[in-house]
Design a protein around this ligand. Sequence first.
Ligand SMILES: [Zn+2]
Length: 187
Amino acid sequence: MIGRSHIVLGVACAITASSMGYVPLTFASLGAAALGSLAPDLDTERSLLGCRMVWLSRPISRLFGHRTVTHSLFVPLLTGGVLAHYSGIGGLRSAWGAFLIGYISHILADLMTGGCWALYPLSRNRVSLWPYAKTGSMREYLLLISSLGLLSCVTYHYLSRQLPQSGQKLHHSAFIALTRPGDYEQL
Ligand SMILES: [Zn+2]
């Protein structure tokens, strides 16, 4: 998946997570999610972040290669574990948590577009869940749009659960206005 698609997906995942109450909906969180969604591709100089940080991406690329160690699910899980250990669960309910959500979204997206070493160090095999979408292809965009649609549904579901009373009042008012226009004035 190309860098811009990763950013869109990472930020969308952070918004969905904030609707569930896991991370705050702030500019810091959204920025962190965008950064996290690009971070795994620091293993190549050709990526959006890697070409701006060649001093880091070049040695990582030479040492490990692309879509290998930095694309392991253990990286965000271990980082999250260390964060929770030192700063409590509150540490995860912050921009740091959003960064990790962005990071995980990148790995999941790459699993659907060619695969990566998601299970390293348990396995050095490139795991691929759906080998039909190549990076930058039309299928990648279809995958992105489908993912955004799914995330929007989940976000709407959680937001509507958070505002049940105001939502009911709104529907009730609209219903009365439709059926008994005269009564609507008295509300
Ligand atoms: Zn990647």
